[in-house]
Design a protein around this ligand. Structure first.
Ligand code: RB5
Length: 204
């Protein structure tokens, strides 16, 4: 499936200055885009070598292919982990595939799309090593990386537009973990993956 939005669909009009996300939509859909700013893609160094595993259920299937193509257009290697049709499937099956790829370092990031983005995140986050975040705003995409060092991005295919989801993907993949005081908190998150961790007592 190709991205088949017209310029009018995405609000691109002759002579208008495009925002980066609109430029990206133009690029991904092969629409004409004369905006010089379109080359300013917010990608970290070495991003070309980063691998993104993507999957959906039927609630997110319509966005999976456009998002996969978009992520590729940003310079990432994308592995489509299914499904292959709009047929009803169980989101935990696909969340598991992508989450394990991230946990096993077969992918640097995961992107999961279901109806809400919730079931995918709940499932993916149970896999040791995964920090999954459901993102429904630009700032959440940014903070999920800066503060939470999330490695799996979960999106809504039913309540968020494709263009907004493209912005979230671009922002998430292009934002670095801030470290510093957040490092300690990430270590505390990851204690929950340790079967020997019995819970917080006095070490707060
Ligand atoms: C499927 O109907 C729906 O429950 C699923 O896509 C997702 O929203 C679950 O969290």
């Amino acid at each position: 499936m190709n991205i088949s939005m017209s310029k009018a669909d995405i609000g691109v009009f002759q002579g208008c200055f495009h925002t980066p996300i609109v430029c990206d939509v133009c690029r991904a859909s092969a629409a004409e885009c004369n905006n010089r700013e379109s080359e300013e893609v917010n990608m970290p160094k070495g991003a070309q070598k980063m691998r993104v595993a993507i999957a959906s259920d039927h609630g997110g299937f319509g966005f999976k292919e456009p998002l996969a193509r978009y992520i590729e257009s940003l310079g990432y290697e994308v592995e489509d982990c299914g499904p292959d049709s709009f047929d009803r499937v169980d989101y935990p099956d696909y969340a598991d595939i992508v989450a394990r790829k991230v946990a096993n370092q077969e992918a640097d990031y995961g992107v999961l799309i279901c109806g809400t983005g919730l079931g995918m995140a709940i499932t993916a986050d149970k896999v040791a090593g995964v920090r999954a975040a459901t993102v429904t705003s630009h700032m959440f995409a940014k903070l999920a990386r800066q503060h939470n060092n999330a490695n799996v991005l979960c999106l809504s295919g039913r309540f968020v537009s494709l263009v907004d989801n493209m912005d979230f993907v671009r922002t998430f993949l292009g934002t670095a973990f801030e470290g510093g005081r957040h490092e300690r908190r990430i270590k505390k998150i990851m204690r929950e993956d340790d079967p020997n961790f019995t819970g917080v007592t006095s070490d707060r």
